[in-house]
Design a protein around this ligand. Structure first.
Ligand code: DQA
Length: 149
């Protein structure tokens, strides 16, 4: 019998704690706490055990990634604006060495040109963007697939 791998760290980066009062046309109108609740429901439906982490400090975010060894089996990551330039987060995600899926609420491919660049996508098995909250369901399902032997 294989070991069950179902622990997913859901990591949100800079400014995502301000959901609910940030451009609803891009990010929807849920607050960050409401998003956690809804994503938690998606996780339960997929038999995943989710833990949530959000920080506006790049250093804390990096250190959290360092601490994941033995604590999580996969990562769902929305680094916010760090997505587009933080090689520090890229390297920390590489150190974490876990199957990861990148998710964005907004359609980063069709906004400002600088949002088209992601420095973490090469480390992720999939990227889901532009589907708002629903995108998290798809991203978790993709991770579930990745964690299932
Ligand atoms: C985001 C997209 C980023 O470009 C932006 O800086 C964010 C949120 C998203 O979820 O759509 O903060 O990651």
């Amino acid at each position: 019998m294989g070991v069950v791998r179902n622990r997913v760290e859901v990591m949100h980066g800079v400014n995502l704690d301000a959901l609910g009062r940030r451009e609803p046309r891009h990010y929807g109108d849920l607050t960050y706490k409401q998003l956690e609740v809804r994503v938690g429901e998606f996780g339960r439906a997929l038999d995943l055990e989710l833990r949530f982490f959000q920080s506006n400090s790049e250093g804390e975010f990096v250190e959290h990634l360092h601490r994941l060894e033995g604590m999580a089996d996969g990562i769902l990551i929305n680094p916010g604006a760090w997505t587009h330039y933080s090689w520090a987060i890229h390297d920390a995600l590489e150190i974490a060495g876990l199957p990861s899926v990148e998710v964005h609420l907004s359609d980063v491919e069709h906004r400002e040109p600088w949002r088209r660049v992601s420095v973490v996508s090469d480390l992720c098995v999939a990227t889901v963007s532009g589907q708002g909250l629903e995108g998290y369901r798809e991203a978790l399902a993709r991770l579930r697939q990745e964690l299932t032997p």
